[in-house]
Write a protein that binds this ligand. Structure first.
Ligand code: DC
Length: 227
């Protein structure tokens, strides 16, 4: 029984991160949130007023940015750090959400973050979620999952998530942000979001959280057994 790589891709707000986190916990695997890395990079560019479309700004941004994850003993989750500062909450703000898709279209940014993600997953035993994990980061992942859910369900879930963090945002704003990101993520030239032919599709619109976790864990355990 060998450790495997589990790649979970899908649209914004399908519950990929929370599902991937729970799947990793059940299997005793490490969870890596690749979206958090694009968010942290976006925060870095915004804070330092660097333009994603200016080549020298991009070079400067990448050279001065160190993204890492550290276990938060209080929550048991991996928090995202940018140049030594915990930015876990800041990177989930609407301000960062509004700019992240643009930075994620930049080839040099993707190249750097993909290399970091591949290093993090080298030892296997990881669950990584994102948009290009099964297609670009780990094209040989033993298990690829493509998560979907309808737009309204996704917006409501995201609204609740933000509310739990004390941010009140109206549903229309969230819905249009998600729709906009779906559009950019799926149509960009660099590593667009695609469902790989060997990916298992999980539509979570009518599934409970526990149901979707159980479904993926079951498929993963079968893969682990046969690996
Ligand atoms: O998963 P998320 O919503 O936190 O991701 C934030 C943005 O980062 C998303 O709009 C697209 C981008 N992203 C990406 O391009 N590739 C990934 N592997 C993960 C995220």
């Amino acid at each position: 029984m060998g450790k495997i790589v589990i790649a979970i891709d899908g649209f914004s707000g399908c519950g990929k991160s929370s599902t991937a986190k729970a799947v990793a916990k059940t299997l005793g695997y490490t969870y890596i949130d690749s979206g958090a890395m694009y968010r942290a990079a976006t925060l870095h560019f915004l804070t330092n007023k660097l333009s994603p479309t200016n080549q020298s700004d991009v070079e400067k941004g990448l050279a001065t940015m160190l993204i890492s994850f550290q276990l938060n003993p209080e929550t048991g989750a991996q928090d995202t750090y940018l140049n030594g500062k915990n930015v876990e909450d800041e990177i989930r703000s609407m301000h960062v959400s509004q700019h992240v898709s643009e930075l994620a279209t930049i080839a040099a940014v993707r190249k750097e973050l993909v290399a970091q993600q591949q290093r993090l997953g080298k030892g296997k035993g990881v669950v990584m979620d994102g948009r290009d994990i099964g297609s670009v980061v780990f094209p040989k992942a033993e298990l690829k999952v493509f998560m979907t859910a309808n737009l309204e369900t996704r917006a409501k879930r995201r609204q609740l998530e933000l509310l739990e963090k004390g941010q009140e945002v109206n549903l229309e704003e969230i819905q249009s942000n998600l729709a906009g990101r779906d559009q950019v993520d799926s149509s960009r030239a660099e590593s667009p979001l695609v469902k790989m032919p060997d990916a298992v599709e999980v539509d979570t619109s009518n599934l409970t959280f526990d149901g979707q976790v159980a479904q993926i864990v079951q498929i993963a355990q079968a893969k682990i057994k046969s690996n």
